[in-house]
Design a protein around this ligand. Structure first.
Ligand SMILES: C[S@@+](CC[C@H](N)C(=O)[O-])C[C@H]1O[C@@H](n2cnc3c(N)ncnc32)[C@H](O)[C@@H]1O
Length: 213
């Protein structure tokens, strides 16, 4: 019932935290966090059908009194303090960045389904990566990031590979790096006949990934 991805997301959240789960969908993360990490959760979503599904699941676990369900576009309708943990998982980078615009949270747990380099380039202006995990589920690689407000100078390899991932080199790191390399080599192949600028940029990314293999 609880996917490995959701369990790994939960493992990055300290016990007894107050959590805002933006885009909760089924509400399973909130249920898991309430039962296993003693967290208090607000499960929120923009979509009423998803909220109804979350309400149903929450009821099945008899947690209706414990988990607050709120309809909200991003953080717009949610009151939160800077100590709360904001979780945004299973969405694309553009939506995640839109939701985070103007936020005042100190702690974020982010799992984007799309461009991680762009996500890091934007977020690392205001946040430091405390931890990062790579997991593979049903053949898909997911990177989960734990971020804390702050600033640290970042390098290209921090944006492309991830500052903690490249340091820890643990778990499925090697396999993930091969996957990244393959992805960018395919992109390079597909832009062979385009501008020199694009080729130089992708070529530079490939060089950085190879350096950390
Ligand atoms: C693929 S689901 C991910 C669900 C869950 N977070 C997970 O990781 O399994 C994405 C959810 O985000 C919600 N969503 C998309 N844009 C949103 C927004 N601007 N504000 C709140 N929820 C949003 C969708 O309705 C959907 O339920």
């Amino acid at each position: 019932m609880f996917s490995r991805r959701l369990i790994e997301i939960a493992s990055l959240i300290p016990l007894k935290s107050h959590v805002i789960d933006v885009g909760c969908d089924h509400g399973l993360l909130d249920i898991y966090l309430t039962l296993n990490r003693k967290c208090t959760c607000i499960a929120s979503d923009i979509n009423e059908n998803c909220l109804n599904q979350a309400r149903e699941n929450i009821k099945k676990f008899s947690l209706t009194k414990d988990i607050k369900v709120v309809k909200s576009d991003g953080l717009q309708e949610i009151e939160y303090s800077k100590d709360d943990y904001i979780v945004i998982a299973g969405m694309g980078t553009a939506t995640i960045l839109e939701i985070l615009e103007g936020n005042h949270a100190d702690h974020l747990i982010i799992q984007s389904n799309t461009d991680l380099t762009e996500l890091r380039e934007e977020l690392l202006d205001d946040y430091i990566v405390e931890d990062e995990k790579i997991i593979k589920e049903r053949g898909i690689y997911y990177v989960i990031m734990k971020l804390k407000r702050g600033y640290k100078l970042s390098t290209d390899s921090d944006y492309i590979i991830g500052p903690v991932i490249k340091k820890k080199k643990d778990g499925i790191y090697k396999e993930y790096k091969e996957h990244l390399l393959e992805k960018y080599e395919k992109i390079y192949e597909s832009i062979k006949n385009t501008t020199l600028d694009k080729k130089l940029e992708v070529g530079r990314i490939i060089k950085i990934i190879k350096k950390y293999l």
